[in-house]
Design a protein around this ligand. Sequence first.
Ligand SMILES: N[C@@H](CCC(=O)N[C@@H](CS)C(=O)NCC(=O)O)C(=O)O
Length: 217
Amino acid sequence: MAELTLVIGNKNYSSWSFRPWLAMKQSGLQFNEIRIPLYTPGTAEKIRQYSPSGRVPVLLHGGQPVWDSLAIMEYLAEEFPDLHWVPEDKAARAIARCISAEIHSGFFKIRENMPMNCRARYPGKGMTLGVPQEIDRITTIWRNYRQKFGEDGDMLFGKFTIADAMYAPVVLRFVTYGVEVDRVCQDYMEAILGLPAMQEWLKAAEAEEEVLSKYEF
Ligand SMILES: N[C@@H](CCC(=O)N[C@@H](CS)C(=O)NCC(=O)O)C(=O)O
């Protein structure tokens, strides 16, 4: 099998990097990791060595670059179809795609006002204009699909899928900013937080020394 290498940013701050990293860990794939601290002198050049878009994450599969978090996971789902990436049920799979696309292309208010910062705790911060509406949409998604498709496990569609990887950084943002959610969403968040791979990521984020002031309040 051609070697897999995932190039990522800081674990504390890079929400886009976290998604494929978590999905790859959950699927049991073996991969190498190259971590490039973001927004330092030389960062852009280092990322460009690997990523045509100049952004992380980028996957290198036997030398071939695949960039963009969602594209990486879709690529892996095609390359390793025997691993579990998407729901088996067709209707659930359609919804999983929709909500993955929805988070990939939206929720700009949360992104802007509640940046991922795994180590920090800023309860009540970031709740600016438009943020409550986006939180409401996310919790509606979690509640609806946990209730409709989640009976075989504690993830959105029962077992872990790409959709959970897409929303995992939101779980971390909700913890950092102390966002209160209903019981169903709380249980879902706890299940995501309890994943061994999540704990591994958080431990590594805790150990990082870089501080990006633009993501600190
Ligand atoms: N849509 C892309 C976004 C990737 C992205 O914006 N990555 C940030 C880090 S979290 C980055 O590489 N920033 C470096 C820069 O903009 O110079 C994805 O899903 O992978």
